[in-house]
Design a protein around this ligand. Structure first.
Ligand code: 5MM
Length: 325
């Protein structure tokens, strides 16, 4: 077993999943303001400390994806976030993309940036305790979208990122997210998701990325939020697994889903229903952001007296997702 494969297996096995706590400064600040907290480097640090010090977190969480700002911050006990995570048996990950920007020639579509200087940044992150990384590509469904150039450009960037991470010793989480926004049907989401994943794997192979040393982080196949369609939990699970079977090689150790704005409990039900669709060649787990921490943020609302309630809300979701596996 290679070192990369071992890390990937640790991230996706033993009924555990990944917690995405890597909101960029802008996103995290907006989420804090949404619950009445003044955004600052310190309030973001306090909130992230609440999340990672949740009791028994390591029983259901294998890895936490950190943002660059958090990666260099310290907990009250003086440990950096990566050091603390290591202390409690959770792998530390780092979001290395620098965000999705408008794509030249297709202003309604996005291309994720962050390749410049990535080799050097990976070396720094490894030295400071990271074992895996994340890069998120965003694909929009709409009139004439996604365009071939948006899919290809994003798949190419994901593959170059993945290659650089593996070269430097980090397991890359490869995240091509087909957004839920739009009036498209479940069938369209399935078609687009399958095609995007096929393009991503073609680029990964071209860049000689070792597939047994990555984790794929895709969207579940759902109907667009404005479609008026409400597929059943079983329909979503079946469409998602069928799409993955068409596009994802069995050498990939695990697939950890993003939640994409789904209701937290619904996302858990979808994950649970997929486990029943045997045989699955890969581990299927969670790498949720909002579906894990959303209820915690709401319960906490920046009040130290609500700290335990916030941690309890995260614990409930983490345990439910582990049980769904
Ligand atoms: C946690 O949010 C991540 C970073 O987002 P921004 O860079 O836009 O601030 C995000 O990539 C997240 O990991 C994925 O979208 C999955 O999170 P959800 O909430 O969709 O499960």
């Amino acid at each position: 077993m290679s070192a990369l494969n071992k890390i990937a297996q640790t991230l996706v096995s033993n009924r555990r999943g990944i917690l995405a706590a890597d909101e960029s400064i802008g996103t995290m600040s907006a989420r804090l303001e949404g619950v009445g907290v003044e955004p600052s480097a310190e309030s973001r640090r306090v909130y992230r400390e609440l999340i990672v010090t949740t009791p028994k977190l390591a029983e259901s969480i294998s890895g936490v994806i950190l943002a660059d700002e958090t990666f260099y911050q310290k907990l009250d006990n003086g440990r950096t976030f990566p050091e603390y995570l290591q202390d409690i048996g959770i792998l530390a990950g780092i979001k290395v993309d620098t965000g999705a920007k408008p794509l030249a020639g297709s202003p309604d579509e996005k291309i994720t940036e962050g390749l410049d200087g990535l080799r050097e940044r990976v070396a720094d992150y490894v030295r400071l305790g990271a074992t895996f990384a994340k890069w998120r590509a965003v694909i929009t469904i709409g009139d004439d979208m996604p365009s071939e150039r948006a899919v290809h450009a994003n798949a190419h960037a994901l593959a170059r990122y993945a290659g650089l991470c593996q070269e430097g010793g980090l397991v890359p989480i490869v995240e091509p997210e087909v957004l839920m926004d739009g009036s498209h049907s479940l069938a369209t989401c399935r078609e687009v998701t399958t095609s995007v994943l096929k393009t991503v794997f073609a680029e990964l192979e071209l860049m000689k990325v070792e597939l047994d040393g990555i984790v794929l982080k895709p969207n579940m196949v759902v109907a667009g939020t404005g479609s008026g369609e409400q597929p059943s939990v079983e329909d979503v699970a079946t469409a998602t697994v069928e799409s993955l079977r068409e596009a994802v090689p069995s050498s990939v150790p695990g697939i950890s889903f993003l939640s994409g704005g789904q209701d937290p409990e619904v996302a858990t039900h979808h994950l649970g229903a997929m486990q029943k669709l045997d045989p699955l060649p890969w581990e299927l787990t969670y790498s949720f952001g909002r579906a894990l921490v959303g209820p915690a943020l709401e319960a906490w609302r920046g009040d130290e007296n609500n700290r335990a309630a916030g941690q309890e809300a995260l614990s409930v979701r983490a345990v439910a997702n582990a049980a769904a596996r």
